[in-house]
Unconditional design. Structure first.
Ligand SMILES: Nc1ncnc2c1ncn2[C@@H]1O[C@H](COP(=O)(O)OP(=O)(O)OP(=O)(O)O)[C@@H](O)[C@H]1O
Ligand SMILES: [Mg+2]
Length: 371
């Protein structure tokens, strides 16, 4: 699967870009603040319908543009069975995504047409940031790998909103308990599905990233991922039915607390995972270099998992990642990249990257234009 044609208009500082990427490694190089990350962000929109930098779509509209301006990203994607035309159009008040000319009713319908693994310097937040960053990581990856996961997340979020609204209402105690019972039975099913997916995914990711970590970090310490979940059980083999029963019990038990706080205090929306290096929590104890190596190992492992789950190779988006690594780690990292995967890599120094990677096409970016 790869992107064969791309046009971008009025997207941040990219006024008009048109290119035919190579099916292997594509390099975008240029000085700082010329539009390299903007270009990767536009490609990411074609894959997920979202930005990796902001939740506010309208931020991508060029500054000082007339209010009726529409940012448009068009991509032709070659998949084994056919060619897809995907168009993402963002205006001040709405976003419209089409596939082969048909508007997609939800972003969920876009997911899976094309998959990507993204490396950015902000990935360090996955180690250092609050639990929400790690949940977002799990969910962004999970949705690309398993279509049903998105469905369960949406269903869970919808029931959670209703349960929380109920907890804030001023119902009589007995009536409230009765209504909560209904939602607790409803919420247990998607909660158990989310639990089972995350547990399996983290187990596979942990296994796949451990080997890679030793090579990059040049150490024998073991990298492991541990799922901190609302059921309080990480290394179990409990099946969906048991997880569902446990979930109902937990919801019932935390009812008094939930009523007191006016919100649901327990559930997958509070899950987290820990990254351990040699049994120590990397967030508190690892050096910056170790943290970077851990993140790169996770991302590289993700490529393998993506192939396992979807049967297709993802495209790789590597934003400025190489400059973040020291010489030794960089060489090791670049050696692990499969040049057969379609790759979009950015950097300021063309020579270093050209020397280290089999670059098929190289594009220089200046002032939002490809020279
Ligand atoms: N909505 C917008 N409208 C116009 N310009 C924008 C908008 N958002 C960001 N920019 C500008 O786009 C320029 C390029 O940003 P980008 O992040 O792509 O740079 P870059 O080439 O990746 O630089 P670096 O090498 O420093 O990472 C910046 O000068 C930024 O201020
Ligand atoms: Mg950049």
């Amino acid at each position: 699967m790869h992107l064969v044609h791309l046009t971008i208009s009025d997207f941040r500082n990219l006024t008009r870009v048109e290119l035919e990427p190579a099916s292997g490694v594509n390099l975008f190089w240029g000085a700082n603040a010329q539009g390299k990350t903007n270009l990767l962000e536009a490609i990411y929109y074609l894959i997920t319908g979202r930005s990796f930098r902001t939740r506010q779509d309208r931020e991508v509209l060029p500054w000082d543009c007339p209010s009726e301006t529409v940012s448009i990203i068009r991509g032709s994607v070659q998949r084994p069975e056919s060619l897809y035309q995907i168009v993402v159009a963002i205006s001040k008040n709405q976003k419209n995504v089409t596939c082969n000319g048909k508007t997609l009713a939800s972003l969920g319908l876009l997911w899976g047409k094309m998959n990507a693994v993204l490396f950015t310097p902000q990935d360090l937040d996955i180690v250092q940031g609050p639990p929400g960053v790690r949940r977002r990581f799990l969910d962004m990856e999970g949705c690309q790998m398993e279509h049903n996961y998105l469905y369960h997340l949406q269903r869970y979020a919808q029931i959670l909103r209703q349960r929380n609204a109920l907890l804030k209402s001023s119902m009589e105690d007995s009536e409230l308990a009765e209504s909560l019972e209904v939602w607790d039975v409803e919420i247990a099913s998607p909660a158990a599905e989310i639990f089972c997916f995350r547990r399996e995914f983290l187990k596979k990711l942990s296994y796949a990233s451990a080997n890679i970590y030793n090579g990059i970090a040049d150490s024998s310490e073991v990298l492991t991922l541990e799922y901190d979940n609302f059921l309080g059980r990480s290394n179990t083999t409990l099946n969906k039915e048991v997880a569902e029963t446990l979930c109902k019990d937990i919801m019932r038990r935390s009812r008094a607390e939930d009523i007191y706080r006016g919100t649901t205090t327990c559930g997958p929306h509070r899950d987290d995972f820990r990254i351990l290096i040699g049994c120590q929590d990397a967030r508190a104890f690892a050096s910056q270099g170790q943290q970077r190596s851990a993140i790169i190992a996770l991302r590289l492992a993700e490529i393998d998992l993506m192939k396992q789950y979807t049967g297709l190779s993802p495209i790789l988006l590597l934003d400025d990642i190489v400059s973040e690594l020291d010489e030794k780690r960089r060489r090791h990292f670049l050696r692990l990249l499969d040049p057969a995967l379609q790759t979009f890599i950015t950097g300021t120094d063309s020579d270093t990257l050209q020397g280290a990677l089999p670059v098929e096409k190289s594009f220089q970016i200046e002032g939002g234009r490809i020279l």
